[in-house]
Design a protein around this ligand. Structure first.
Ligand SMILES: Nc1nc2c(c(=O)[nH]1)N[C@H]1C(S)=C(S)[C@@H](COP(=O)(O)O)O[C@H]1N2
Ligand SMILES: [Mo]
Length: 203
């Protein structure tokens, strides 16, 4: 086996070309993990944390931390892209897929408003939450999710700009229309696909 192949096989080292191909337009690779929070950081204890799915659903659902811990846990290797232009390549989170949560509630409409402790909101079509694209995560790189990054639990939607990944997440309301959340009311794009550079209202 050549050195080139064995290095690729090890899977840990990536060539500059591979990394560059994973950077959406206008982004740069950041090796740290910046903290971006509008307003104060909520203090949410795991034993009072709840996650609820309500609105236009057949069965409203709510999970406690203990109940959540019984659900199938996945490790999610991913790249994340902030609209302020940093991307973090090759990181990972751990948590529960929305595919394990949404079917229990049986959504009856196509949009969702996600909300957080502290009042932050962000909107997504159900299509961007289902199908192995979104998780409620409680770990980052194998450790409990730090509070400043949304611990005890945050949404993770790595295929959209990172403002959609609501920190301190506590619920999701299913709605029959697409309504802007916090940043979407303040100039950010309604969907936020980094590969289409959907940063602001007119993009
Ligand atoms: N509840 C809440 N979630 C939030 C935010 C916030 O201010 N409050 N900021 C968003 C934005 S703009 C970004 S870029 C990411 C930043 O996550 P980080 O601080 O873990 O890097 O969280 C998103 N989720
Ligand atoms: Mo952001």
């Amino acid at each position: 086996m050549s050195a080139f192949i064995s290095r690729g096989f090890a899977g840990h080292r990536r060539t500059p070309a591979e990394m560059a191909s994973r950077l959406p337009p206008g982004q740069y690779a950041e090796s740290g993990f910046p903290v971006l929070t509008a307003g104060p950081t909520p203090d949410v204890a795991a034993d009072t944390w709840r996650f609820r799915i309500d609105g236009m659903v057949a069965q409203q659902q709510e999970w406690t931390w203990e109940e959540f811990a019984q659900l199938p846990f996945e490790t999610v290797p991913c790249d994340i892209h902030c609209v302020t232009k940093w991307s973090k390549l090759g990181t990972s989170f751990g948590g529960v897929s929305l595919d394990a949560l949404l079917p229990q509630a049986e959504p009856l409409a196509d949009y969702a408003m996600v909300w957080s402790y502290g009042g932050y909101t962000t909107n997504l079509p159900i299509d961007d939450l289902a199908g192995g694209k979104a998780w409620v995560v409680t770990e980052h790189e194998g450790e409990p999710l730090p509070q400043q990054h949304g611990g005890p639990a945050r949404l993770l939607v790595p295929h959209l700009y990172f403002w959609k990944s609501a920190k301190w997440v506590t619920g999701l309301r299913v709605m029959d229309h697409n309504e802007p959340g916090f940043w979407e009311m303040n100039g950010y794009h309604i969907r936020g696909d980094p590969w289409k550079e959907q940063r602001y209202w007119n993009d």
